[in-house]
Design a binder for this molecule. Structure first.
Ligand SMILES: [Zn+2]
Length: 813
């Protein structure tokens, strides 16, 4: 996928936009925030200060009255275009009391924009005052809580603004909230007045920040405070399980360690007023880096009591990731969302560097390979693969730029770059970058220019193929007498070269896990690899993991038979002593490509959870087992574990494990649906989790009519508000055991993908497609997906990529 528009078309659009800025009455402004509008505004507008007030009532259906006072400097006197796309139809009457520079003004409505006619403004400082009803699309409004999530271009759904990352602004916020609620925002809560039913909290002004980082949370929350070396951090949460709340000490400690590491590395003190985190039940991402009010999902922060070391490590990395964003993303921000990957690659790359010393028992080279290669390959191997950096014409497509390529391929590329530069030159370059663009914006080219100056190597040229082109190389290795011959091919026929990668053979190909791409050994080396692995000769963990990952990729792409891979892994799992390698191999067994081999995987995992000596192996194997159970015999075994978990001698499933197992069991034992539902409901200790369970449970009903009605309900936006629940429901409706009955869901679920994109958050479209398609494996499913794509030539190219990525397994045979 390349640019959206040809350059001629861009030129035409640019001209029409310039005209529409001055003659908006004749020309409708383009919806969203076009690149052209953003460039034009950046050239004319600066010094923006928003003063916002929201009055949040208890009643969910009551409107949220709001006020906006906005100060901005104009270079030249011209129409001022604001972005505003509330969920309601924007009419004059929903905007009240507009004044510009003290004078009453009728703002003009043009699609998703408000326009202040030029006659009301002047060059220099201007003031806009406006009363309006807040838009609610990104308010995540629920019974006892509400939180904003405005990334990437959703600030405009809440209030009128210049919604682009390079017009940074200072925010003054005040909130009126129900008396028993708490509120957290970017600034410090400074004043508080209360009445019988409500209270008003004002927050200190922010530093200059981008619209997508402005945030507040309000609701019934409890607060835990902690202090280290004079720095105070608060955790706000709604958890009532003491075992989970008891993990707060670990969380505080991870935050402090991350902050201290970053201050030391960058030589820049934490650049914002305060550091609070909010743990939100059912939060749709792992975390979101709003400074002063960083949001985390309860699932990733509060671990189950039988959590594995890899889950602990993931939590640590998530905290380090969001904390790294305070410097990379929040302090220095990309100019436009085509470079959003730059903040993500820094966050992920630094997260690895920060967490490594905290887990001395873990091999971090091993962990790096395990974290980044498999998810990156999952997208890069498909015809929907995208480049790390993608052209973006309009911010209304920015959410679709995110995916595994940004999060997982980019750190691999970054790692190669740091290796070329060396640690100290890289650090010097990073410090220069942060200082030069402090509280401002920078592009990838700005960064590469700085790093290039620190290096003799032509980084720009090297990085183009990695950053600006999709796909992975095929790397061939063949024995040639005493030596090995290696060569690279571009499977997409573009004749691209990714540059020299150090591919060697020592027992297995790439024993040090240094290459990115599909390594294809000749048949002799493939046989030797499998023999060396199965005979236990590959004692190095990195060599073993790298070769298993590559063999899985070879299996996925048809170079290795499924039976060969499964037999090999069966032997390796029994002997495996490394938790990371074990968990990766056990995870592969629930891959959709082994669905037909479920009797084999059930038996294997059942044996492992019962017979392994190590508790971590039993836990990991049991979780993987619960995912692959299809046969009656295995189902009975799983039922026994769930029915009386305290008598289950092999592992102790956690609350969330049991909830997940209950969903599977309801599918496996349709006649026990009601019983399973009532037993599991009675077990849940938290109201939030009970609500989640009851919400998802009808999707596993034995009654097709009930499931059909669940499916129909998911087609409506209001039933997808808590996205992880909607995703889980769609996944269970399309469970492999129900795939014959759910094939009819495929087309209608694809048909609303435009709406899924417009109304859903960043990761939701890909997750929607994955939940819909990963339980299917039939030719009919493939035919329906192809028919949808072929019948919709105008389909948004980003959405098409996502569908191709998530449906690739349907086409592999
Ligand atoms: Zn991030």
């Amino acid at each position: 996928m390349r640019a959206f528009f040809s350059s001629t078309l861009v030129a035409i659009l640019l001209t029409s936009l310039i005209v529409s800025c001055s003659q908006y009455k004749d020309n409708h402004l383009v919806d969203g925030v076009s690149r052209e509008l953003a460039i034009h505004r950046k050239g004319n507008i600066s010094g923006v200060i928003y003063t916002l007030g929201f009055s949040i009532p208890v009643r969910l259906d009551a409107k949220i009255p709001a006020t906006l006072e906005m100060e901005f400097l104009l270079k030249s006197k011209e129409d001022v275009v604001l972005d505003f796309k509330p969920h309601y139809t924007l009419v004059d009457s929903s905007l009240r009391g507009a004044k510009v520079n003290g004078e009453s003004c009728r703002l003009l409505i043009s699609g998703e924009h408000l326009v202040i006619p030029s006659r009301y403004v002047k060059a220099g400082k201007n003031r806009l005052y406006l009363e309006f009803d807040a838009g609610e699309q990104s308010l995540n409004r629920r019974k006892e809580l509400l939180y904003t999530l405005l990334v990437p271009d959703r600030a405009r759904t809440l209030f009128p603004c210049f919604d682009q990352p390079d017009i940074k602004a200072i925010y003054n916020l005040s909130l009126e909230i129900p008396l028993l609620w708490e509120a957290v925002a970017n600034g410090k809560a400074t004043t508080l007045t209360s009445t019988q039913y409500s209270k008003r909290i004002a927050f200190s002004p922010t530093e200059p920040i981008s619209t997508y980082l402005f945030s507040f949370v309000a609701g019934e929350f409890q607060k835990l405070s902690n202090n280290r070396n004079g720095r105070e951090i608060n955790i706000w949460h709604r958890e009532n399980d003491p075992l989970k709340v008891g993990q707060a000490g670990d969380i505080f400690s991870l935050i402090y360690s991350s902050l201290e590491w970053l201050e030391d590395y960058t030589a820049i003190d934490y650049p914002f007023t305060k550091y609070d985190i909010v743990i939100v039940p059912g939060f749709q991402y792992g975390g979101m880096e709003h400074m002063g009010a960083t949001l985390y999902s309860d699932r990733t922060m509060f671990l189950e009591k039988n959590a594995t070391i890899t889950e602990e490590l993931s939590r640590a990395k998530l905290i380090a990731h969001e904390t790294a964003h305070m410097w990379f993303g929040d302090y220095v921000t990309m100019e436009w969302f085509d470079d959003v990957w730059t903040k993500e690659v820094f966050a992920n790359w630094f997260a690895s560097a920060i967490v490594n010393p905290l887990f001395p028992q873990i091999d971090h080279k091993l962990n790096f390979i395990n974290s980044y290669l498999p998810p990156s390959y999952a997208e890069d191997r498909t015809p929907g693969a995208n480049a790390v950096r993608q052209e973006l014409d309009n911010l209304n497509n920015a959410g679709l730029v995110y995916g595994n390529i940004i999060y997982n391929k980019a750190p691999v590329v970054m790692d190669k770059m740091v290796e070329m530069l060396g640690d100290s030159l890289f650090r010097a370059g990073i410090r220069e970058y942060l200082n030069r663009f402090a509280y401002g914006n920078a592009s990838w080219d700005d960064l590469i220019e700085i790093l290039d100056n620190h290096s003799d190597f032509n980084l720009k040229h090297w990085s183009n193929v990695w950053i600006k082109e999709p796909g992975r190389p095929h790397l061939f290795i063949a024995s040639n007498g005493d030596s090995f011959e290696t060569w690279e091919e571009d499977p997409l026929g573009r004749d691209l070269s990714w540059g020299k990668q150090p591919l060697e053979f020592d027992l297995v190909p790439d024993p040090r896990g240094e290459v990115y791409g599909l390594v294809i050994p000749d048949s002799a080396l493939l046989a030797l690899t499998i023999e060396n692995l199965s005979k236990g000769r590959v004692v190095d963990d990195v060599a073993r993991l790298a070769s298993v990952i590559n063999l899985y990729e070879l299996c996925y792409d048809g170079f290795v038979a499924e039976e060969v891979f499964l037999n090999l892994v069966a032997g390796l799992l029994v002997a495996e002593q490394n938790p990371i390698v074990f968990s990766r191999m056990a995870g592969y067994l629930s891959s959709v490509i082994f669905e037909e081999h479920h009797l084999f995987t059930e038996n294997l995992l059942s044996g492992l959870y019962k017979e392994s000596k190590e508790l971590y192996k039993r836990n990991m194997a049991f979780r993987a087992f619960a995912n692959v159970v299809r046969s009656k015999e295995a189902a009975n075994e799983l039922y026994k574990a769930w029915d009386n978990p305290s008598a289950f001698e092999y592992v102790t499933p956690g609350e969330r494990d049991l909830m997940k197992i209950a969903f599977s069991l309801a599918i496996l034992f349709p006649e026990k649906y009601d019983h399973i539902g009532s037993v599991q409901s009675a077990r849940l200790t938290s109201n939030d989790r009970l609500e989640e369970f009851l919400w998802i449970f009808p999707s596993v009903s034995p009654d097709k009519e009930v499931r059909d009605s669940v499916f129909s309900s998911l087609l409506h936006e209001q039933n997808r508000v808590t996205e992880p629940w909607a995703e889980a429901s769609l996944g269970y409706l399309n469970h492999p055991l129900r795939s014959l009955n759910s094939i009819e869901y495929i087309t209608p679920a694809l048909e609303i993908c435009g709406e899924i994109h417009r109304t859903g958050d960043i990761f939701f479209p890909a997750r929607w497609f994955s939940a819909l398609l990963s339980g299917h494996s039939s030719n009919e499913a493939a035919r329906l997906v192809s028919a949808y794509i072929e019948g919709n030539r105008e389909l948004n190219p980003f959405l098409k990529q996502k569908i191709l990525q998530q449906s690739y397994h349907l086409y592999r045979k």
